[in-house]
Design a binder for this molecule. Sequence first.
Ligand code: AMP
Length: 462
Amino acid sequence: MKHTDFSSLGLHDFLLKNLTSLGYESMTPIQAQSLPYILEGKDVIAQGKTGSGKTAAFGLGLLEKLEVKHFHIQALILCPTRELADQVTKEIRKLARTIHNIKALTLCGGTPFGPQAGSLEHGAHIIVGTPGRIEDHLRKGTLKLDHLNTFILDEADRMLEMGFQSAIDNIIGQIPQQRQTLLFSATFPDQIKSIAKRIMSDPVMVQISPTHDDTVIEQHFYKVNDNDQRLTALRLLLLQHRPESTVIFCNTKREVQEIADELADYGFSIIALHGDLEQRERDQTLVRFANKSVSILVATDVAARGLDIDSIDLVINYHIARDTEVHIHRIGRTGRAGNKGIACSLYSDKESYKVALLGDYLDRIIGSETLPPSSLLDETPNQAEMATLQIDGGKKQKVRPGDILGALTGKNGIEGKQVGKIHIFDNQAFVAINKRVIKPALKKLTEGKLKGRSFRVRLISN
Ligand code: AMP
């Protein structure tokens, strides 16, 4: 028997037979690594993207211990979007089809509350839902989780990106402390680590790629003769790599503005982060970059302090940093959370000594590579996929991410997957929308209501 055989797990016979009839011949890597711990009852943190088989990993875990004759809610699965929640419920029903009278319910925003409350009155074993709506049901007393023994966060990183942290905290405050908690996430930013610390007990960490792959940064160095060539080199690298998110580091504020202006003239989607921006402007700049409405951020080291954005594909050093430590810090913005990152550094003859120092530090000889061919200059730069809508209501008006998501995706609305990150500030909120659906999204938000009120909504353009 191989360790990837489902039969090695000691599952109930009716579950095992069903897996065979579903054509699940052997476990996927995430299942093989997490299921033994999940079945032991341990808390597990697993790195799992959609498509990895993660739903069956936690689904089998919760079904194995579910007691059908106790008609109470025993498992709660939180998902960032309605689409994912629907998908998860479907997969769980598929895995449970040999168990009689099992009931799994989906509770998501964007659908009427009343019928959900009605279904809940009839009882359920498993609830799958989005944090905002689950919180609403708990507040209204239509959902009771006193008998819960399994709590699952699916795509936890995406839920945090969408601003569900406080809803999740609130829900956790209302479920039994004695429980098994499973957390699935594609990436592990610090926020996830701190949540895991707070809500899990001695969790086992399951990663598909080994941890030492965590920061894979490919470094390239290019020697340039003068400032004109430096700017051309910058364009060439951007046109060659065509990254979704890039940070360009400059040594001076003046250079930041020059590059932002020049690259904008060439049609790049770029925004400058100055040290002297007002807090509100700084927030807005960072939000637009983090939510992928702008693909390039150009900044000085000082301005970029505290910049905590995962999934930056490319870091470009327009000049080599003043010292090695700053260089290492700059390039560490890419290649996070198991993603591969690329760092390109431009230097002139005068800066060669800094490159040599860096080489000593990295214990390698650094030579200049050849720049990409100049024919690339004829190509059009790639454009950001998202756009940002600004809503003139925020925390103080009790606007929550779930309200915005619900308003956008309700009847005649756009799909959840067309909604990107949601950031909520005291008196404002920002939501990223796929550029193709700006019009219907604006219409839904302006004509609809959030928390029973109409708010001014506008598209932020350059
Ligand atoms: P998920 O990552 O949970 O969204 O699952 C991706 C797809 O893989 C779903 O359609 C599952 O039905 C399917 N699946 C999950 N586990 C297995 C398995 N061990 N063998 C074959 N298919 C699987």
